[in-house]
Ligand binder design. Structure first.
Ligand SMILES: Nc1ncnc2c1ncn2[C@@H]1O[C@H](COP(=O)(O)OP(=O)(O)OP(=O)(O)O)[C@@H](O)[C@H]1O
Ligand SMILES: [Mg+2]
Length: 156
C-alpha cells in the first residue's frame, strides 16, 4: 500500500463531503510502500477522520501527518474538537464506549469505530493510541511496521 496515496484519496472524499473543516495532509516522502490491506487501512483512516470531524462540531482544522521513524511509520490525525478526558483515553478503544459530555451529547454514534480501528491496526502488527489536551482537541497516533527489505537475508 502506498500510504500517502491512500491518505490523499481518503482526504479528497472527505473534502467533497465536508467544507467546514479544512484538512491538511503532510506526507513524509521517505515512507516506503507498506505490506498492508488497503481496504482495511482505508477504514482506519475513514473512522479516525470521521471522528475528527464529528467531534469538532464547531469546525476547526484537521491535520494528517506521516513520519518515517526507526522501523515504523507513524500516522497522526489531529483535530481541534471537544478533546477526550485523560481517564478515557484508553477506554474509548473498547466496544460501545462513548464519552458523555456536554460538548458531544448531540453527536450520534454506536461506539464501535475505534474498536474496529484498534483491531485492524493490531492485525497489521501496529499500535494505536490517543492523546488529548483538555479543551484543545485530540490526536490519534497509528504506528505501522515497515516491510522487511525484499529478499533480505539476516546475517548473524
Ligand atoms: N476525535 C475525537 N474527539 C473527541 N472524542 C472522540 C474522538 N474520537 C473518538 N472520541 C470519543 O470516543 C468515543 C468512541 O469513538 P468511536 O469512534 O469508537 O465511536 P462513535 O464515534 O461514538 O460511534 P461510531 O464510530 O461507531 O459511529 C466517541 O463516542 C467519543 O466520545
Ligand atoms: Mg466513530
Amino acid at each position: 500500500v502506498d500510504l500517502g496515496r491512500l491518505l490523499a484519496d481518503t482526504v479528497d472524499q472527505f473534502r467533497l463531503a465536508d467544507e467546514g473543516h479544512p484538512i491538511t495532509l503532510r506526507l513524509d516522502e521517505r515512507v516506503p510502500v507498506l505490506r498492508a490491506d488497503p481496504d482495511r487501512l482505508t477504514q482506519v483512516v475513514t473512522n479516525l477522520l470521521g471522528n475528527a470531524i464529528k467531534y469538532s462540531p464547531s469546525g476547526g482544522a484537521i491535520e494528517l501527518q506521516t513520519r518515517l521513524e526507526k522501523g515504523v511509520v507513524l500516522l497522526t490525525i489531529s483535530d481541534h474538537g471537544s478533546g477526550i478526558p485523560a481517564e478515557q483515553l484508553e477506554k474509548i478503544f473498547d466496544r460501545y464506549v462513548r464519552v458523555e459530555s456536554a460538548a458531544t451529547h448531540a453527536v450520534q454514534g454506536t461506539g464501535l469505530g475505534l474498536s474496529i480501528v484498534r483491531q485492524i491496526v493490531q492485525r497489521h502488527a501496529g499500535r494505536v493510541w490517543a492523546t488529548s489536551v483538555a479543551g484543545n482537541g485530540s490526536t490519534f497516533h497509528v504506528e505501522l511496521p515497515l516491510p522487511d527489505p525484499a529478499g533480505a537475508v539476516s546475517v548473524p
